[in-house]
Design a binder for this molecule. Sequence first.
Ligand SMILES: [Zn+2]
Length: 356
Amino acid sequence: MKRAFALVLALSSAFFLPKAPPADAGKPQREKNRDPDAAELIVSDIDLFWKAYDGAKPENLVERLREEYLKKGSVGLKEFMRVRIGSAENLAKTIEQHPKYYATLRDPSLKVAAHKKAIRACLHKLKKLYEPAVFPNVYFVIGRMNSGGTLTDKGLLIGVEMYGLTKGTPMKEMDGWHKAVLKPVEEIPYIVAHELIHYQQKFPISGVSLLGTAIAEGGADFVGELISGSMINAHLHKYGNPRERELWAEFKKQMDGKDVSNWLFQGDRAKDRPADLGYYVGYKICESFYKQAADKNEAIKAILEIRDFKDFLRSSKYEQRMEKTSGVRDPSPARVTMLPAFFRFPLPEFMIFPKS
Ligand SMILES: [Zn+2]
């Protein structure tokens, strides 16, 4: 079990100023916390980043980031360093490439703490919908604009710098991908919800197809939306809804393979349409499954505990619906094979893939 989890991690490579860091910020996460009020929402790394940033000059930015931010940060920041930031040099380079953006990031980043109540409400909602839910600590950190969020066995790691979009954001510093994915800080609860759902998913990791990865991501969006009220990929739905059948026909031809490059984690490589439409297709499959299920909580359990993705797709009736005239729905109830309860590990977050 632990080895399986380590393998997952190895494969994964997605306010107000806090007055003081929480007393136990930086301590290892309890393995299975089932109390939504016991999960910590840790924002102390944001404060730490600004102290390091404010004291830096161009010639010592790398050193300041390394000594005053990355080394002094929470266990969550250290995890984010390991799986997403990489080095102080990487972080400094990103700041140097987006100087105006990082300068405008301060105000939105300091508003993250104001969303703690909404985030806590998401945790409670999940407990109501899925009683076996586990609640890890959530770390809000500032990274290098390559990941809105990810997770490890230490908890959920949220890249706050991906949620700094304001009217004043200097878009000239952004490439196409950043223009599409940067979000305002008000959307922070949606990414926490998405990552929290990944934390619940009980999926085998070997032999995961495009279909499986799309369902994992789309399922995190779908159930995340149920607990938070929205999701991080609304722009994909806007594009996908008028083209749902043609997207499905294209996806279907590739879904059994392991090549996800046309559908997921594309960064700015998608040229003629939005990147990452696999989230959309996966969402629609999960939505189809959920809508026809008589017992909605059982449906959520099924979505989080899929064993066989093809079996789940069949149970969702999505394919049949895409091939029927619109509005016709198969009334038979959803069924899906589930994993034994002990078999559990979170998927790595591939949501926003490092572009380098
Ligand atoms: Zn994800």
